[in-house]
Each structure stands twice: as C-alpha cells, then as structure tokens.
Design a binder for this molecule. Structure first.
Ligand code: ADP
Length: 302
C-alpha cells in the first residue's frame, strides 16, 4: 500500500502545486487524472523520491519515503514523460546501459536479464535495431523494460500513451495490465480512456487538490440515469446551457455539438436521450463541480 498524507508542495514564486493531497493506493493499477497544471508531475516526482515535498508524508508498505528516498529507489520503477534515449545504440545495448545506470542486480548475468526484459515487452525481434528506428510505442516499451527491471514494488508511469497510435496503445495497455497483477502501478495521465481501460481505482486532482478518489465502476454507477446526450446546433447549445448542466460539448462534422448534460433522472432537454455513464462523464462532472466550488469560494471571500 502506498499512503499519501497531507502532501504539500510550494515552488518558489510561490506556486502552490500541491495543497494537501491524501490518498491510499493499494496493489493494482491506479489512475491519476487531472488537467495540465493540476500537480500530477509534481506528485509523481515526490513519490519517486526526486523532489522533496514542503510538507506531508508518503509511505510505501510502511516505509517513509520522504525521510528516506533511497529506501524507495530500489523498489521503484519509473517511466517519466520524456525518456532520454541514445538513438545510435540498438535496443539491447540501450537497455543494458540503463540497467547499469540503475545498478540493477542480475544474478544470472545482465545479458540474460536484458533478453528476458525485451521478451516481456515484445521487443525481442527489434533488439538489434537502432533505437532511432523505433516507433513511439516501441520506445515506450523499452522505457517500461527498464522501469520493471529489478522487479519493483511500485511502478510509476507518467503520460505513457500520449503520441501512441491506437494499436501501440492497446499493446501498451496489455503490458501495464499484466504489471498491475502483483504490484502497485500508478498511471498519471490526462487521457480518461487510459484510466477507464485499465484502472479499477482512480483519483482526480485539480489545482493541487484531490477532488475525488475511489472505485472507477462505483463512480460510474453513481451517475446511472443522470447523463443524457443530444446532437444540437450551437444556438441550441447556448440555450441549453442556461437551463441544464452541460458537462461536455464536442464539435461533430464542424457544425453540430454532441452535447452531454447531467442532472436528475428524467430532467433532460427535449430530444436528448439517456445514455450509460462513462468515466469521462465522471471526470467532467467532478471538474465542473470543483470549478463551481472555487467560484462560490471566491464570491464568499469577496
Ligand atoms: P501537471 O503534471 O498536472 O501538468 P505540474 O505538477 O507539472 O502539473 O505543475 C503544477 C503547478 O506547479 C503548475 O502551476 C506549474 O506551473 C507549477 N510548477 C511545476 N514545476 C514548477 C517549478 N519547478 N517551479 C515553479 N512552478 C512549477
């Protein structure tokens, strides 16, 4: 279990990037969602022992990793957003180099370990190819190979599917799902679909605060009967905004809006049909409530 308590990070400026985040993250895949600037990377960097928090605590299976970041390094695999590669090396050489940097033990020999890891991420056939000829998805898989070397208890992946084509994304999902069977895998992303596909539990952060957390399916079930959708003109959208809570309006074919509203069952605008709630509905609903809370707080303060 990864336990985060009252985590605060204030950068010089001052910029309050985390304003007291508490989360319990059990074994398995856990998704961390939030818009750009929410504080996700700051949180990831603290959890990986790269950044010191201003306040609060983080424990991994009872060990305090803020006080003793070294204690987590040997039990942590990290795939950062921008993973540095030496494009002139081939895949196997690159991985070998990264394992040496990481100081991973390989009782059976590093060559053997490299081969096993490449097999695990389906890169055996490309082992001798230069990394510069790899696709984005192959690079990400090579990044995962180094992250899981040494069998870490906690694997952190930051925005792993950005820039992957749909097929590569599916392949990457399968690797992450397998990893989540026997360790904590923390997936930070602004892509809701990644979390919906992979994570039984999730949290949303916004403006440095955790605005919701818990079971993905329970969050979806809570919206059952409350989401409706219609495809409407921009003028109609403006009208509906005045009477309903519009959580999503996506342009279709350049002129109409696929619009989703949330509200009491049966209260949808004429022409709208009730639809099964998705995790996107949960996310947009939570973001909307959180913005409304901010606005109410600002009004009260004025
Ligand atoms: P996310 O990963 O969710 O996009 P970040 O953790 O990168 O969010 O950033 C959270 C907030 O902290 C943003 O307002 C960002 O501008 C700010 N921030 C991030 N890193 C620094 C830094 N090194 N110095 C000052 N402000 C920073």
């Amino acid at each position: 279990m990864l336990q985060i308590r009252d985590l605060v990070k204030i950068y010089p400026g001052p910029v309050a990037a985390l304003k007291g985040v508490s989360l319990d993250i059990p074994q398995g895949l856990f998704g961390l969602l939030g818009p750009n600037g929410a504080g996700k990377s700051t949180l990831m960097n603290i959890l990986s022992g790269l950044l010191e928090p201003t306040g609060g605590s983080v424990t991994l299976d009872g060990v305090d990793i803020v006080k003793d970041p070294r204690a987590v390094w040997s039990r942590l695999g990290y795939l950062p957003q921008d993973f540095g590669f030496y494009p002139s090396l081939n895949g196997a050489q690159m991985l070998d180099f990264l394992l040496r940097l990481k100081g991973v033990d390989a009782p059976q020999g590093r060559k053997q370990l490299v081969a096993e890891l490449l097999e695990r991420v389906n890169l055996t056939e490309a082992a001798k190819r230069k990394v510069k000829t790899y696709s984005g998805g192959m690079r990400q898989r090579l990044g995962i190979a180094q992250a899981i070397a040494g069998n870490p208890r906690l694997v952190i992946v930051d925005e792993p599917t950005a820039g992957l084509d749909p097929e590569e994304r599916q392949r990457f999902y399968r690797i992450l799902a397998e990893l989540g069977r026997d360790r904590i895998v923390l997936l930070s992303t602004h892509i809701v679909e990644d979390i919906a596909t992979l994570c039984p539990r999730f949290a949303v952060i916004r403006g440095g605060r955790c605005v919701t957390s818990g079971s993905t399916s329970e969050a979806r079930n809570r919206l059952e009967g409350r989401v409706a959708e219609g495809i409407i003109t921009p003028e109609k959208l403006e009208e509906i905004r005045r009477s309903h809570r519009v959580t999503q309006a996506v342009l279709v074919e350049g002129s109409m809006f696929r619009t989703r509203v949330q509200g009491q069952p049966g209260s949808q605008p004429t022409g709208f049909v009730q639809v099964p709630p998705t995790l996107e509905d949960v996310y947009f609903g939570v973001m909307d409530e959180s913005r409304a809370d901010d606005a109410a707080r600002a009004t009260n303060a004025a």
